[in-house]
Design a protein around this ligand. Structure first.
Ligand code: GLU
Length: 461
């Protein structure tokens, strides 16, 4: 069975790059009826926090990315790692190194002065004498001294590393006994049955070290996919300013989960020239073979475009639900349908949609000065009064077309152009010149609120 994973370090919020590899891993597992598991890499006690872990889980929940099985926390697995370290020591594949910090620093400085690569010199690799006193040893693994390590990578092809260029006998356990990063990743990937690893290509340089651990322990090496980074439009690594921010900030900004996932799947992956993908389509079409070999470019306009698309194509019931986190509870508003119908193609984000909606539902407390100057001249007040009288005289007023008919009657009876009623009425109803069709606005507000707003405007001008 194909098992993929996401293995974030909870040092901060979940950001867009991490989420993208998580999504790729999720989709690939789903496509193959496999499993997608989650591991929290929380061994760095100084930098990890419970809040950061919670934030990651909250983002997953918001986006509907479900992981299989229990979450694995590395912080709870010290004993497991210690067991494997012992096994390697006993097999002579790892050894205790008593080099002091000072000696190690000295070694580095000499190597630097000689323009050599800084690396451990193997002093204790085959040491058989009496170890120096007073030093708690670290454990180093015996890395191959020569030959090549090949990373089989589904994005980059076979990537070969020369052992002598990149490896030394790296530390697998610190002097306090705690296992190091590349060691625990390998142990866990193996024990969790992960056979395909997708992660950012900033991790490629760790992979040969992990392969050394796999081989020392006789574990099968998984298939790797190192996904190129996301860049900004200037071709630089994505920064906070470009949008490399907390995934939950996208929720706050009013993006829908669908739009964000659709946006992310296209960052570095394509399927012909298709842009819109439902979750089901992503699950059937995603294939890491189609991951681009070069960095992808983050483009906010594209995200806005996708978000507008999903807002426009959501049912009003779905939208009402999506809008509730933005302080807009529409369930009891009987004109919800008209309201969302007129507004949903005017908003790029749910936040904007909530604001537009609130703007309509709130009685204006002031009027845009420029708009007043333009609209309230000539017979404006007379026209509004005539329109108000029509409303009072009409029994059945429900639909936008009912209000439209009344506006048409005033226009023809007073022999005026449509703008002569439209402009003052718009200012009266909305306080400004912009906004959706007035007939819809009045249908949403209903007779009483429409009359209140007209009367307010008349008395104010
Ligand atoms: N914990 C690592 C990170 O958050 C990822 C490790 C991996 O994917 O192998 O960058």
């Amino acid at each position: 069975m194909l098992i993929t994973r996401f293995a974030p370090s909870p040092t901060g919020y979940l950001h867009i790059g991490g989420l993208r590899t998580a999504l790729f891993s999720y989709l690939w597992a789903k496509k193959n009826n496999g499993k997608f598991v989650l591991r929290i890499e929380d061994t760095d006690k100084a930098r990890n926090s419970k809040e950061a872990t919670d934030a990651i889980l909250e983002a997953f929940e918001w986006l509907g990315l479900e992981h299989d099985g229990e979450i694995v926390y590395q912080s709870q697995r010290d004993e497991i790692y210690a067991g494997y370290i012992k096994e390697l020591l006993e097999a002579g594949k790892a050894y205790k190194c008593y080099m002091s910090k000072e000696e190690l620093t000295q070694l580095r400085e000499t190597q630097m002065a000689n323009n050599e690569r800084t690396m451990y010199n193997g002093k204790y690799r085959d040491f058989e004498g009496t170890p120096p006193k007073g030093i708690e040893p670290v454990i180093r693994i015996k890395a191959p001294l020569s030959g090549e390590i090949i990373v089989k990578d589904g994005v980059k092809g076979d990537v070969s590393f020369k052992a002598e260029d990149i490896l030394d006998d790296f530390v697998i356990a610190r002097s306090d006994g705690s296992a190091t990063y590349n060691f625990v990743v390998t142990i866990d990937d193996h024990l969790m049955g992960i056979n395909e690893v997708m992660r950012g290509d900033d991790h490629l340089s760790n992979t040969p070290k992990q392969i050394v651990v796999y081989e020392a322990l006789g574990f099968d090496v998984p298939m790797f996919y190192h996904v190129p980074m996301i860049h900004n439009s200037a071709g630089k690594k994505l920064s906070k300013r470009d949008g490399a921010t907390d995934v939950m900030a996208y929720k706050e900004m009013g993006y829908t989960p669908q739009a964000l996932l659709n946006f992310l799947v296209r960052l570095g992956w394509s399927h012909g020239d298709q842009e819109i993908f439902s979750m089901d389509e992503m699950k059937t079409l995603f294939d890491p073979q189609d991951i681009n070999k070069s960095a992808s470019i983050y483009n906010t306009q594209k995200l806005d475009w996708l978000n507008a698309h999903y807002i426009k194509n959501s049912s009003n019931t779905e939208l009402a639900e999506l809008l509730s986190p933005y302080g807009l509870v529409l369930t009891s508003h009987d004109k919800k349908e008209i309201l969302l119908d007129v507004l949903k193609d005017r908003a790029k984000t749910l936040k904007e949609l909530a604001e537009l909606t609130k703007e309509i539902l709130t009685t204006p407390s002031s009027y845009d000065e420029k708009a007043v100057k333009k609209a309230f001249k000539g017979d404006a007040i007379k026209i509004l009064n005539a329109f108000g009288a029509k409303i009072t005289a009409t029994k059945e007023l429900h639909l936008p077309s009912d209000y439209h008919t009344l506006m048409e009657q005033v226009v023809s009876e007073m022999e005026i152009g449509f703008g002569k009623i439209g402009q003052p009425l718009r200012v009266a109803l909305l306080g400004k010149m912009s906004g959706p069709g007035l007939d819809s606005v009045m249908a949403i507000l209903g007779r009483d609120e429409t009359m209140i707003r007209i009367a307010n405007a008349i008395s104010a001008h």
